[in-house]
Design a protein. Sequence first.
Length: 415
Amino acid sequence: MRTILSGCVRFTPCLALVLLVGCGQSDPPQFTLDMVAIAEKQIPANQQQKVANILEAMFGTPDDPFVLPETGLDLAKLQMAAGPVKSDQFGHETGLYRRHCAHCHGTTGDGLGPTAMILNPYPRDYRQGKFKFKSTERPAKPTDYDLETVLRQGVQGTAMPSFALLPDAQIDALVEYVKYLSMRGQTEIGLTDAMADLSEGEELPLTHDTLVAEILAPVAESWQEAPDKIIPTDGDNAKPDMPKAESIAAGEKLFYSAKANCAKCHGWSALGDGQTNDYDDWSKAIHEAEESLASDVNTLNEAEMSAEEREALARHVALLSSALATDALPPRHAIPRNLRQGVYRGGRAPYDIYRRIYAGINGAPMPAVGPPFPGAPGTLTSDEIWNLVDYVLSLPYEPISQPPRDQRAVSRAQL
């Protein structure tokens, strides 16, 4: 295993320091820990440092990435994506992630880049290993091609642009780096979960079996298994030979039925005005942390407890309050898609829509209606899902979806 490096590890972003350091050389960027999760799990400071050191030994730093063989990651690709933005005398560029991605997704891949607060939706936080737009089953990781598709096409209706003009080698390097950040984030979750389960005075064994076999390997394997988890759109799942008008009519009936229950969220008008008070998994975690903090503050103010218990709770409240203020974005409700606009973030091809309906959207309230695993019954049959696909794709072309063509703010006759 790589030697654990010593030194100061910065846990929280501190952008104000940029205004104070003057013209001297700035410190290199550092990966940060998820301080909201740290506070909720009540990981003490010495254990936080241990987590940071273990992660640095297993994954390196933003300027000097490192990977163990078990990850299956390509270090040469990571080195192209990592580090400061620069190019050599032959025009070979490095620092691709910092140039194209970090200002939104953050150095750590936590979705806390400098521009994140002003974007809606927020940039993706890779650390939980959850990705919305992919060809695989709901809990599965995306394939490399899925990530490449998002990079090349962007995400319509969001601030995520297309990087189609980048050379193939640079796209491949960024795909690899996103996987690297996600593996690192899930490994951090595994480490902090393991430390939270330790008894007082117990230490986490720093062995290959614990760190690699039990924590890292399952994360890496989930990425390596992704190609086997692709939802087929042929064979038993092929689109039925059915007249388009008949399929659209069947899909419309399903859309408003209790069986498919699409109108509950997307609304009876399909404008996305149904259930609008739910959260995606990322905002839900912060919302629940805020509720937990409010409950703890109430307990601190009103409950009777020993001085020792009060001091411990006060420390926890202070740590969680600080983490929510500096390491989290305000929770936002997940607004269902307005299906009449024809804006489909995960792709507009019929097979893209089929997979969104079949598997739902991982990390979002959008549920799955296909089988939970091959051979199991689903809420809807494959043919019914295709009927919904045809209906959803027809909605932007209904007369009610079109703006009046002859309505102007000022009539030409008035001029």
